[in-house]
Design a protein around this ligand. Structure first.
Ligand SMILES: Nc1ncnc2c1ncn2[C@@H]1O[C@H](COP(=O)(O)OP(=O)(O)OP(=O)(O)O)[C@@H](O)[C@H]1O
Ligand SMILES: [Mg+2]
Length: 272
């Protein structure tokens, strides 16, 4: 009798926790920056590898509409891209490409894709929802393009876990502040990572200045900016990128790989 009640109770717990998680185990993290060329795609690809090494099944979606390059970082020539899915020509499974790295899959974008006039249609981000509904991946990383255009906004709109990559360059910081302003209207939190930044402390100091600027300009008080770490500059990052290899795989004991591990620890604590 007790067994029956307890098994019913555990079924109920399973059911309700499923409802809470929207019936999917997949956690979504969207990576963005404002300013271009700050290292979003490089950091995303390397994080995907490290997350997979920790036992997570990871998918990376190249959401840089028009300037996709994630397939280059993973050294792939995918047959299909997210556009074939959006256009209804291919199924979701047909646009998912396995990378050479175990438990890392890529949904590639297409370079040179012409923008359509389908503004605010939520046409592109539908694939994010469908990938989550698949319930196959533990983590879905969405790498957006630069800027805050309609496409980037669309991908940000469907995500509650957002990571901004920036450098200490004043123009990059100005863009990140614009992003903070925009997200503070309807999100609760922004994670912040500083690339090309030698020490954790430098990033932390600048992150605090951004938070103080937000306070001065009356950004919503409960909007949080969480500084999650720094990545130093290394010629080996651009070299491995050019060779179409992943830095963290080639230099697994390097200081930068350790910095990225710290960033991943923080992300895992923060995403829901
Ligand atoms: N920490 C680093 N040290 C050295 N080179 C780096 C570092 N991070 C990124 N790079 C290099 O900077 C260049 C731009 O990086 P990446 O393409 O990842 O930026 P991005 O933000 O994705 O650019 P875009 O806005 O165009 O999408 C690449 O050549 C990459 O190898
Ligand atoms: Mg990029």
């Amino acid at each position: 009798m007790f067994d029956t009640i307890s098994s019913q109770a555990s079924k109920l717990v399973k059911l309700t926790s499923g409802v809470k998680k929207n019936y999917s185990k997949t956690k979504l993290l969207t990576i963005t920056s404002g300013k271009g060329g700050v290292g979003k795609s490089t950091i995303t690809a390397n994080m995907a590898f490290l997350l997979a090494r920790r036992g997570f099944n990871v998918a990376v979606l190249d959401a840089d509409i028009g300037l996709a390059n994630m397939q280059v970082l993973f050294d792939l020539k995918p047959q299909n891209t997210l556009f074939e899915y959006i256009n209804g020509i291919k199924t979701l499974d047909e646009v998912i490409t396995k990378t050479v790295y175990e438990n890392v899959s890529l949904i590639a974008g297409k370079s040179g894709y012409q923008y359509t006039s389908n503004k605010n249609s939520f046409l592109f981000s539908r694939i994010v929802k469908d990938l989550i509904a698949l319930n196959r991946y533990d983590i879905l990383l969405v790498d957006t393009g630069a800027g805050l255009n309609d496409y980037v906004r669309e991908f940000l709109a469907v995500s509650d876990n957002i990571l901004a990559i920036t450098t200490t360059d004043p123009s990059a910081l100005t863009d990140v502040y614009s992003l903070m302003k925009m997200l503070s209207l309807d999100k609760n939190k922004l994670m912040l990572c500083f690339n090309h930044t030698r020490t954790h402390q430098i990033g932390e100091t600048i992150a605090n200045s951004l938070v103080n600027l937000g306070k001065k300009n009356s950004l919503r008080e409960d909007f949080m900016v969480e500084y999650i770490g720094n990545v130093s500059t290394s010629a080996n990052i651009s070299t491995t990128g050019r060779l179409r290899k992943l830095f963290v795989n080639e230099f697994s004991t390097d200081e930068i790989t350790k910095q990225l591990q710290i960033i991943i620890d923080k992300i895992l604590l923060n995403i829901h």
